[in-house]
Ligand binder design. Structure first.
Ligand code: CA
Length: 401
């Protein structure tokens, strides 16, 4: 667990500096796989509404690492983890998105892959990454992967990496708010860290910090509805999904593509071919889509043109009153057009739920007498927001004629 002779820093717009003390972390950042994250945007589609949102998974991953680093300044967290476990925590934070592909939500839906599973597998089996991790000891890579897989081998670390209030969400909400310019996503990170304790292996927050937690949850809710679920950005994602779908169908029909679709072809034949999966970054997909604008396939050409030139599709709320209108639009398409030019999509979100059975599904509050309570029981604001339940937004998307 060698430390660098001199601390290395990365300038970051949110945190000022990201601090690197361990030699291993520096080397992980320099791997091919981690550098690849520079070529994967954090938000796909959102930049069609909020043009500032061009930030990459590279900057997000460094940010998650830095928050983990700051969590380690909390005395309870520091004391609960051994030196080896601290390093596992930092590595898991840094590498938690290592399996992310380009425009991954649409991609994962159509090609049936999952970035968390791929990430854990890469940590164990990618030669450069696993060799580096295993310089600590022979089980180190598989222990870092186990945190991503949530096998409960390191329950506290898993909770810090992935729960209602974790290092991942804290970074992406603040970072996405910063780059989109949204006024809602700001979180009092310093305050949250100051009121954080560990009690019986669980993360708890002191009652006096409850407002920072309420603010975090409400910010999260606003970010979902204002940014992530913005209908224009969803409409743009639908176009991308339809491109993937058309490409997949054409590949199965052996259509003669102009662009180099080998990587996608291999994914269909062997979704477990990780080396091949890693070729698929934003550069590759954007290049392919540009080549599709000259395709001899009319459907693919139209979709690629929509994507590249921002011809956003129409959308209508899927309500009983709109049924006739939706049917009318559907009837104006041929069967084939219906498949590639229309889509029903629903998103949903609640401010906070605490009915999950999993570890980390609840936020715990530490009372002044040392007892542990839950956020729901201590916050009237959150309890009343929970009563309003889930907000759902079903929409019909269609290519305008
Ligand atoms: Ca993430």
């Amino acid at each position: 667990m060698n430390k660098l002779p001199k601390q290395q820093v990365f300038k970051d717009p949110l945190y000022g500096y990201i601090h690197v003390d361990y030699e291993l972390i520096k080397k992980l950042i320099n791997t091919t796989l981690f550098q690849r994250l520079r070529r994967v945007r954090q938000l796909s589609g959102v930049q069609m509404v909020f043009h500032g949102a061009e930030h990459s998974r590279f900057s997000h991953s460094l940010g998650v690492y830095e928050i983990a680093n700051r969590f380690l300044t909390v005395p309870d967290v520091r004391n609960a983890l051994s030196e080896r476990e601290k390093l596992i925590f930092l590595c898991a934070a840094l590498l938690h998105d290592i399996g992310h592909g380009a425009y991954s939500h649409a991609f994962e839906d159509i090609f049936g892959v999952n970035h968390e599973k791929i990430g854990a597998k890469l940590i164990e089996s990618n030669k450069e990454l696993s060799t580096l991790l295993n310089t600590i000891d022979k089980d180190f890579a598989s222990d870092v992967a186990s945190v991503i897989r949530k096998t409960k081998k390191f329950p506290l670390i898993e909770q810090l990496i992935s729960s209602q209030l974790d290092v991942d969400r804290l970074d992406y909400l603040e970072r996405d708010a910063y780059f989109t310019g949204a006024a809602y996503g700001h979180i009092d990170l310093d305050r949250l860290i100051r009121v954080m304790y560990i009690k019986n292996g669980q993360v708890v927050f002191k009652l006096s910090g409850i407002h920072a937690i309420e603010n975090y949850l409400i910010s999260r809710y606003h970010m979902y509805w204002q940014v992530y679920y913005h209908p224009v950005s969803r409409a743009y994602e639908v176009i991308l999904e339809k491109i993937y779908l058309r490409v997949k169908d054409l590949l199965i029909m052996n259509f003669p593509f102009r662009g180099d679709v080998d990587a996608l072809k291999k994914i269909i034949h062997n979704p477990r071919d990780l080396d091949n999966y890693l070729e698929i970054d934003d550069y590759y997909i954007n290049g392919l889509i540009a080549s599709f604008t000259k395709s001899t396939d009319d459907i693919l050409r139209s979709l690629a043109d929509d994507f590249l030139n921002r011809h956003i599709w129409g959308y209508i709320n899927q309500t009983p009153e709109n049924q006739d209108k939706i049917r009318e639009i559907e009837q104006s398409y041929s069967k084939e057009e219906l498949k590639y030019f229309t889509s029903y999509r629903t998103v949903e979100n609640s401010t906070y739920k605490d009915d999950g059975e999993n570890f980390g599904d609840k936020i715990y509050i530490l009372l002044e007498d040392g007892q542990v309570s839950t956020l729901k029981d201590q916050s009237q604001i959150i309890a009343s927001l929970m009563q309003s339940g889930k907000k759902t937004d079903p929409k019909f998307f269609y290519r305008k004629k």
